[in-house]
Write a protein that binds this ligand. Structure first.
Ligand code: ADP
Length: 402
């Protein structure tokens, strides 16, 4: 079975064609500038590449081009579209409606669109992309929606209700939803696997550290708490996002600077975090370089974020009454040994002992870097959201065939 995995944005569409026989990626690529002009870049597993401008007035033309580039010409990996058995779509927000991945029909597409108030930047283009995909592939090709929020739907009320009047939860569904769920679910399950344990028997803290970052406490294979909240702004500092701040700071600055809610939201989402603190860049590598050269604010930025991550890990160990493993994933988690070391130092009191030399070599692969006598295992585990989407899609499609 070959499954096409789609991650759509308002003007872009990322895709991977995965052969479920051995879970290998046959080809992947990116359609960009949809609704502007259009460009596709495509790469097959054996290294054939193709990149060209093509008109993408809407997502539909982008899907047509994806089918063409997969099934014709020099970059062909399948003989025809009919070899694609199903399509899996990444969807940002499933709110409290979608607690698991779901077979897509017209009602699901409408509901994903209706949830635009909760995911204004992502849900509308993702609903539009699902509709366009249906038009290109026809209704006989099953589509599955995999939600970033679903994994976190197992959180208990005490973890997801905020300390504001309860009526806002009832009226506007304001609560902690959590994001990066597909990533945390993938690496969480993989962590149990590499430890040789059943997920039910594990307590895991998953640190997804990238441009956007979140930490999730996974007890017995289920999410019990996570740092991102009503939106992906909550938690600790990220590339351009502030993470949690005293809410009064927001109203205070709005009053002082005569800022509108949109201006404040822009400041918190796009001008804060690594970028706002360092004044240099949202990119962790550049911050690390500047800190090494002695830039005080860059060093402070790293001090703050590694301190916040460390505190969060200890808090989640308390939330679960223990921890068996801590894992690092995402661009920073998978690549920065310096960042990982700074987070883990000081956690010895709770049984975390890392081997610095192993940590130096742990990047870019599945690697343990805790010592043999560490009570808590500490790992780098690369995430693979596309594979999880493909697996969910296969499982749902196999079930409808039964
Ligand atoms: P996204 O959240 O957009 O998927 P990524 O997971 O790719 O982003 O993470 C991007 C972040 O990873 C950037 O801050 C980048 O600087 C950081 N990063 C990538 N490689 C390294 C590295 N070798 N050292 C430190 N940071 C790195």
């Amino acid at each position: 079975m070959k499954i096409l995995v789609i991650n759509a944005g308002s003007s872009s569409l990322k895709y991977q064609l995965i052969d479920m026989k051995d879970e290998s990626v046959l080809a992947k690529g990116l359609c960009e500038r949809i609704g502007v002009d259009g460009r596709i870049s495509h790469k097959t597993a054996d290294g054939r590449k193709s990149e060209y401008d093509v008109s993408f007035p809407t997502h539909k033309e982008a899907f047509e081009e994806v089918v063409k580039v997969l099934s014709t010409g020099d970059t062909k990996v399948i003989d025809s579209m009919s070899e694609i058995s199903a399509v899996g779509h990444r969807v940002l927000h499933g709110a409290e409606v979608y607690k698991v991945s779901t077979l897509v029909d017209d009602k699901v597409i409408d509901t994903v669109m209706e949830l635009k108030e909760l995911g204004p930047l992502h849900n509308p283009p993702q609903a539009v992309a699902m509709k366009a995909c249906q038009e290109v592939f026809g209704k006989d090709t099953p589509m599955v929606a995999v939600f970033d929020t679903s994994f976190h739907q197992t959180m208990p009320e005490k973890a997801y209700i905020f300390g504001i009047p309860y009526e806002y939860y009832e009226k506007y569904h304001i609560r902690r939803y959590g994001f990066h769920g597909t990533s945390h679910r993938y690496v969480g399950a993989r962590m149990a696997e590499v430890m040789g344990k059943k997920p039910e028997d594990t307590k895991i803290i998953s640190c997804h550290l990238g441009n956007g970052s979140s930490i999730t406490a996974i007890d017995g294979g289920k999410c019990v708490d996570t740092t991102m909240g009503f939106t992906p702004l909550d938690g600790f500092i990220m590339g351009t996002r502030s993470g949690a701040v005293d809410p009064s700071v927001i109203t205070y600055i709005m009053n002082k600077e005569h800022m509108s809610p949109d201006e404040m939201s822009n400041m918190l989402n796009k001008k804060s975090g690594f970028l706002g603190l360092s004044g240099i860049s949202p990119d962790c590598r550049e911050i690390e370089e500047a800190a090494e050269k002695g830039d005080h604010r860059a060093a402070l930025t790293l001090d703050i974020v590694t301190y916040q991550v460390k505190k969060q890990i200890a808090a989640y160990a308390a939330a679960m009454g223990g921890v068996d493993a801590i894992l690092f994933t995402g661009g920073i988690g998978e690549n920065s040994s310096n960042f990982r070391q700074r987070v883990c130092e000081g956690l010895e009191f709770m049984g975390v002992k890392i081997d610095k030399a192993l940590n130096e070599k742990a990047s870019r692969g599945e690697n343990k870097f805790s010592t043999e006598d560490s009570k808590v295992q500490v790992w780098v585990l690369p995430t693979n959201e596309e594979l999880l989407i493909a697996r969910d899609t296969k499982e749902i499609v196999d079930n409808i065939k039964k």
